[in-house]
Design a protein around this ligand. Structure first.
Ligand code: AMP
Length: 446
């Protein structure tokens, strides 16, 4: 193979067919599940005015401070634009701009697509990565928090990650009533314990003290274990809200761990925050997370509007699946392969393939004039259940031969009405496969 002269930029990778199909599979799982929970799709631009992120995420966060891909557009004067590092700020901007939550309306939306952060790349940490996320806008009740958490856990289960390989962590960040005093207390704690903290955490006393809980440095972690805990200082409303979220999770039988050091890096969170961690992923073990952001609309000049959401990462979900030894289902690419030993019948082969495709059958053929042996190998690789052979003698009688790739049985089929014959044969095989997999036949293909 020739050495590639150009490579994908550092921290990015190509989603080649195997991974791209896995992404589509996870998206399809998400779309089904999110629709069942009443979420609708939304697509926002991949770049936004830089201020959308600075305002919402906060100046003192890693994302805004170090990780944004920011550039000027070509206007006069130039406008600063940024590739989206996350999905919530754009959704809230879009909701405000388009009145999705005007007059007290609520909206439940989801998004999917690439996000961009200038990070030091490592396993599970990319500069371009794919996220799926939901946002519940206009809903302040604790049932909405429990619903988002239940949905996130159900998604990972539906994706195939065993429950025993995941931890659900929850915490509360308080609100504008109880957090400011707590922030000051933590800042004072940091100043008094700077010797046990890294330089960056020591500096956080003046910028973003709560982020010191998030530091991966072990000494910082030990020191911050002695820091004051917000849960003991919540205002009444936040305490009632947090207790209600937990009781809804309990009622649903969703096991969680309370983690007072879970602060999640962004400034916009209020009250409930949560994160799902998976086994076997090393330092980058968060596969999804989110929380409530009841003040974010106001930060953009909107009316007070509660909101909450989560985002999950595709690459890390894949790593978690691999680490748990789970293979994603790999549906056949072409259920039927149309083959021929006679190169001069290429146009007949093409015509049969197109007729099957028009009838809704996933069908493939060879376009490179390869030998019958190579065509059979291709059929195997594509997971074909049936091969349709087009030969000169049968063709003269208006027939083709169909072979079952599992038991190698062959039979003749009239070209007239081949679509129905192939579809019936396929349907029988889907049924047989479904019975073998689940013990009961399902309707048609899974
Ligand atoms: P966050 O927006 O940081 O809360 O991230 C939500 C989810 O996106 C995380 O739980 C990860 O699964 C994923 N994620 C975040 N940052 C990255 C990254 N740099 N590379 C890959 N996945 C990421």
């Amino acid at each position: 193979m020739a050495k590639a002269e150009y490579r994908a930029p550092k921290g990015t990778s190509d989603l080649l067919p195997a991974d791209a199909r896995a992404w589509q599979h996870l998206l399809a799982v998400a779309q089904d599940l999110f629709a069942r929970y009443g979420y609708e799709p939304v697509y926002t631009p991949i770049f936004e005015h830089t201020d959308v992120f600075v305002r919402g995420i906060g100046e003192a966060t890693d994302i805004v401070g170090k990780e944004m891909y920011t550039f000027d557009d070509k206007g006069t004067p130039p406008t600063s634009l940024t590739l989206r590092p996350e999905g919530t700020a754009p959704i809230v901007r879009a909701a405000l701009e388009n009145g999705l939550t005007a007059n007290g309306q609520s909206a439940k939306v989801y998004y999917s697509g690439p996000m961009f952060r200038y990070e030091r790349p490592q396993a599970g940490r990319r500069r371009q990565f794919w996220q799926i996320g939901v946002e519940s806008l206009g809903m302040g009740e604790p049932t909405a928090d429990a619903e988002a958490i239940a949905l996130l856990m159900e998604f990972f289960a539906a994706a195939g990650i065993p429950r025993s390989a995941m931890r659900l962590l929850i915490n509360t960040m308080g609100d504008e009533v109880c957090r400011p005093a707590y922030r000051s207390e933590v800042a004072a704690f940091i100043r008094g314990n700077a010797a046990g903290l890294c330089d960056e955490c020591a500096r956080r006393a003046d910028t973003n003290p709560l982020r010191a809980f998030d530091c991966k440095n072990l000494t910082c972690r030990e020191t911050m274990k002695r820091a004051p805990v917000l849960r003991d200082r919540l205002c009444d409303d936040c305490a009632v809200h947090y207790a209600a979220v937990k009781s809804h999770l309990d009622a649903l039988g969703i096991a969680y761990e309370e983690d007072t050091s879970l602060v999640r890096g962004l400034d916009y969170y209020t009250r409930t925050v949560f994160e799902v961690q998976a086994e076997g992923l090393g330092a980058q073990n968060a596969i999804g997370g989110g929380g409530r952001y009841d003040r974010l609309f106001e930060m953009y000049g909107g009316r007070p509007t509660p909101g909450l959401g989560f985002a999950l990462g595709f690459e890390r979900t894949m790593l978690a699946l691999r680490s748990a030894g789970v293979d994603l289902p790999a549906p056949a690419i072409a259920d039927v392969f149309v083959a021929s030993a006679a190169p001069e019948l290429a146009s007949e082969v093409f015509a049969v393939t197109q007729r099957l495709r028009s009838a809704g059958v996933p069908a493939e053929m060879d376009h490179q004039g390869r030998s019958l042996k190579s065509q059979m190998k291709a059929a195997d690789r594509l997971g074909s259940l049936l091969v349709v052979f087009v030969g000169p003698d049968e063709l003269a009688r208006g027939e083709v031969t169909v072979r079952d790739m599992t038991d190698k049985n062959e039979w003749r089929v009239s070209l007239h009405g081949i679509e129905d014959q192939v579809r019936t044969a396929l349907f029988e095989r889907y049924l047989a496969r479904d019975v073998a997999v689940s013990g009961t036949p399902s309707e048609g293909r899974s």
